[in-house]
Design a protein around this ligand. Sequence first.
Ligand code: AMP
Ligand code: ZN
Length: 468
Amino acid sequence: MKLKLFNTLTRKKEEFIPINKDEVSMYSCGPTVYNYMHIGNLRTFFFEDILLRVLKYDGFNVKYVMNITDIGHLVSDSDEGEDKMEQSAKESGKKVSEIAGYYTDVFKRDVDLLNVIPPLYYPKPTEYIDEQIAMIKCLEEKGFTYVTSDGVYYDTSKFPDYGKMARLDIKGLQEGARIEYSEEKKNITDFALWKFSPKNEKRLSEWNSPWGIGFPGWHIECSAMSKALLGNHIDIHCGGIDHIPVHHTNEIAQSEACNGEKFVNYWLHGEFLDMGNEKMSKSLGNFITMQTLIDKGYSPMDYRYFLLMAHYRKKLKFTFEALDAAASGYKNLSQRILKLKTEIDSGNTFDKSLIETYRERFSAKINDDLNMPEAMSVIWELLKEEKITSADKLELIYEFDKVTGLRLNEIKEEIPSEIPEEIQKLAVKRIDAKKKKDFKLADEIRSLIKEKGYEIADTKDGFTLKKI
Ligand code: AMP
Ligand code: ZN
């Protein structure tokens, strides 16, 4: 079956043809580890996971890289303002490496909970300073750079195709914002490749370079690390849609100007998760993390099921009502799986070609630009199919779950649901109170647990907790 993907470069669904049929190269722009990831960020990592899983399901061997930004991502896209990592470190009185280490661990835990397959490499820009400097030098030698009082800049007017993927109206941008950008920048779209440390101030992290002490700009890390790990010309590059006009546009300008060849064949971008009518974002303060969902009694698979219900190129609005609907969808699916397991010995599928038909239908949906909502409908139809035995259904569903990633082969009698740590602690406190015969306190804690949506029951060995 042919895989078709919507390529942002052409704004068309195109057949995916790898550069090298033995190994597909794929790069995703990962997190900036200065804070927690919210469930909007996780939507983008989930979409990239689905893409990876579909490629694998189709038999491709994928070399997958996702960067973890631990320096250089400024609070604003206009090369001004603080470095997010430095700001977070200063605010908490910690080292940049400590901040990066902590939030990288939380990020890895969250994506693991969501059953996102990790990449082969998670490169960090602080470990690729030489490669970034080499690329800036390459751009300098080819005449694409100029130096200002605060850094080394890329002269976007020198790259004829600048802004092509984003279809930027550069003239319009330039006229519209004449006063808003730094005097020293030659064009509004020019961007920093290397920023100098502020005069008379030592940054928490800074490096020597041929141009002066400072740190790399955010965009150069992806061009340099992608080149180092995957080569000059790669198959697929992904990220959230916000990356189209600036970050990915700049990556193309850097890589193609330096390497003298095409950078990426297929650019894929995931739409945003919104909160109300605004995108979920850390700066707007309207965000929810995976831990918040777990604390409220949802399982990460409830959220994965919720995400599967929307196509990656459509905006998705987050509400708890919609998440509840997804949670009950996942619960239903889990119960169906458990039922199939109990019926496993019943007869043979008479018409084996019917199994192939379902396989083809599922495959057609996932290969049609990752149409997961419709692929899920095929699974539900298969569950209702009377002419296929339970054993064959189960086998096929487990096969499909290599793409959906709902951990269906791990479902046990109890649907996996995490009891929040806070509730577990309260339960232990209640047992202690009972041991001390403080029944008043024990009752109070029981009521508190109930208020928080859980029921505690005593057993001979201790207690059980369940969501009400
Ligand atoms: P950041 O750490 O801010 O660079 O974001 C990590 C990834 O999450 C990027 O690919 C962003 O495009 C993506 N992202 C940010 N906000 C949202 C959102 N509300 N919904 C979906 N993806 C998002
Ligand atoms: Zn990037």
